[in-house]
Write a new protein. Structure first.
Length: 234
């Protein structure tokens, strides 16, 4: 917080390139990502799933999903293990259904058998729930998609209208917050090799500079940054 406010405890501590984790992932309290792991985390952004059987899993954009767990906090550790596997720090685990890696019946314990029964009960409980869920999703999809497309068009139109206006959007506090959410003060270049500078882009500290001019509280700046991320990725 001190770094983002422009007053780090040590000069060598820099907040440049750091990102804020929202509360919509498997980490309820949110958090922050360092520049070295920003691309890795965002490409495997985890979404916690509460299954119909009362257990928990994770939906990863890459398609990975762990075996359902009784406690939702366990899925965070499994997702972190998944990231280590993706980076090569850990070897890939064999598929659960791979016959060569199945535990022989004589070596099963009460705990391992309980896990197998849990999976069986999960599957049995999922069948009727997933059928009704699929029907509900089909109906919701037909109703929601047109509304979302219209909202997307409206936001794009508003963004274009703002960028073509000749007024100084940094002069007023409310205007600066609107620009921060709908357009974004910071550079949003998708090029992984892009280096921020004062000539080709707005850099990654412009939002904080504008916030300092209007004495905007830190929490409001962070919230505006999160809202901008959601709109930009929508």
């Amino acid at each position: 917080m001190a770094t983002m406010a422009g007053s780090p405890m040590r000069p060598e501590w820099s907040g440049e390139g750091w990102c804020t984790l929202g509360a919509g992932s498997i980490f309820p309290a949110g958090g922050h990502i360092c520049p070295d792991h920003k691309d890795l985390v965002t490409s495997h952004w985890p979404r916690r799933l509460e299954l119909p059987s009362g257990r928990w899993s994770v939906a990863c954009p890459c398609g990975w999903s762990p075996v359902p767990q009784r406690w939702h906090r366990l899925v965070a550790a499994l997702w972190e293990q998944h990231l280590l596997t993706e980076t090569g720090a850990l070897p890939a685990a064999p598929p659960v259904t791979d016959p060569e890696h199945r535990l022989p019946l004589a070596e099963h314990t009460e705990e391992s058998l309980a896990e197998l029964y849990d999976r069986l009960w999960d599957a049995e409980a999922d069948v009727p729930e997933l059928r009704s869920l699929a029907r509900a999703y089909s109906v919701d999809y037909s109703l929601t998609v047109p509304a979302l497309l219209v909202a997307k068009t409206a936001l794009e139109s508003l963004r274009t209208r703002i960028t073509l206006d000749s007024r100084d959007w940094a002069a007023d506090k409310l205007d600066s917050l609107l620009w921060a959410v709908l357009v974004g003060w910071n550079c949003e270049s998708p090029d992984p090799d892009h280096v921020h500078n004062d000539i080709d882009c707005a850099g990654d500290q412009t939002l904080w500079t504008i916030a300092d001019q209007h004495n905007i509280p830190t929490d409001q700046v962070m919230q505006a940054s999160q809202h901008r991320w959601w709109i930009a990725n929508a």
